[in-house]
Design a binder for this molecule. Structure first.
Ligand SMILES: Nc1ncnc2c1ncn2[C@@H]1O[C@H](COP(=O)(O)OP(=O)(O)OP(=O)(O)O)[C@@H](O)[C@H]1O
Length: 339
């Protein structure tokens, strides 16, 4: 469990200080993955660096498993650093060492004897699916493989917390998938709490249980990804759900429906059955005018623009809302729908 309270960090700038973190509070339950997203300069990396004890905050507390890291000094601080694994931004492997040699590095620093070290390195390379690349040098590995070695190295000392700063930047979607699969295993098989800083909403969609949106050094939104989907006014929802385009549907066709609305459906049952069931029960014609399906972790999620025709159109829409479909009525106008 990571609990950050009222974290403030400023840097000297030209003239005025830059307030990189302005009273950030955040909690990440044990064994979950929390994404930190936000525009460039929002303070994401500063937050990760503070939690990694690479940067000392001006104020506030950072608790990992109940221990306030900010209050630690000397040896206690060094020990605490070992309990936090860090996957730094960019290429961070030593080029003159093999994959196994890179993973072994923190174990050598900690004075782990050679046989135990070899066993642990083998275990970690297996975890990230790179046993057959143990003897390869970073230049012989793909970007995704290098990142997986960096994850294995960060886990060498069995940390309870892993921080990853932009682990998928500069990777293509397929390679991104392999890195995310490894981070997912780290959470599910090792029970490690993961904080991942990212620009990439695919990271949030694929592996994050929770997400925090930073803007100007403040948390402007924070919660379970699936809960935020159903929250009116959520900033992040639009970028997590499929676009609602109306390809192939003319404004005139849209104008023919008695009711037009945007519907968000969460979960297997809702996505699979709710719309046809609504049409059948209320004897209405229900057409999908745009939108599509995606997955958030294991959960299927859909956003559709629908048109309903028939006497009981309004009743069909209410019936959907009663079954936890999130409904946003689209204002009707001559040109069809406002987005
Ligand atoms: N070491 C530093 N010295 C001075 N200013 C800094 C330092 N580190 C960060 N900043 C400033 O703090 C603010 C937050 O930076 P930070 O790198 O944490 O943002 P970010 O959200 O990670 O951005 P990006 O997505 O571009 O990496 C920015 O204005 C940045 O210029």
């Amino acid at each position: 469990m990571i609990t950050v309270e009222n974290l403030t960090k400023s840097f000297p700038g030209k003239g005025e200080h830059v307030l990189a973190l302005d009273g950030v509070s955040l909690s990440v339950p044990a064994g979950t993955v929390c994404g930190v997203v936000g525009p460039s300069g929002a303070g994401k990396s500063t937050l990760a660096r503070c939690v990694a004890l690479l940067e000392r905050p001006d104020r506030g507390s950072i608790r990992v498993e109940g221990v306030d890291l900010v209050a630690l000094r000397g040896r206690e601080l060094r020990d605490a650093r070992r309990r936090i694994g860090v996957v730094p931004q960019g290429d961070s492997l030593l080029r003159q060492r093999t994959a196994a040699g890179n993973v072994a590095l923190p174990l050598e620093s900690a004075g782990v004897a050679a046989p135990a070290r070899r066993a642990r390195v083998a275990e970690l390379l297996d975890l990230v699916g790179l046993t057959n690349k143990a003897g390869s040098y970073p230049d012989q590995l793909s970007g995704g493989q290098r990142q997986r070695v960096a994850v294995a190295r960060a886990l060498a000392a069995s940390p309870s917390v892993l921080l990853a700063d932009e682990p998928t930047s500069a990777l293509d979607p397929e390679t991104t998938g392999s890195v995310l699969a490894v981070l997912d295993r780290v959470r599910s098989e090792l029970g490690v709490t993961v904080l991942v800083v990212t620009h990439d909403m695919a990271v949030v969609r694929r592996i994050c249980d929770d997400v925090a949106v930073l803007e100007g050094g403040r948390v402007v939104e924070h919660g379970k990804v699936l809960d935020l989907l159903t929250q009116p006014g959520s900033r992040i929802t639009a970028s997590l759900l499929p676009e609602v385009d109306q390809a192939g549907t003319t404004p005139r066709e849209i104008g023919q429906y008695d009711v037009v609305a945007e519907v968000v459906l969460v979960g297997f049952a809702a996505v699979g059955a709710l719309l046809p069931e609504a049409a059948h029960r209320h004897d209405v014609e229900l057409a999908i005018l745009g939108g599509g399906l995606t997955r958030l972790g294991e959960t299927p999620v859909a956003r559709f623009k629908i048109g309903i025709n028939g006497e009981r159109s309004e009743r069909a829409l209410s019936w959907l809302a009663e079954r936890d479909a999130v409904i946003r009525r689209a204002p009707r106008d001559i040109g069809g729908l406002a987005a």
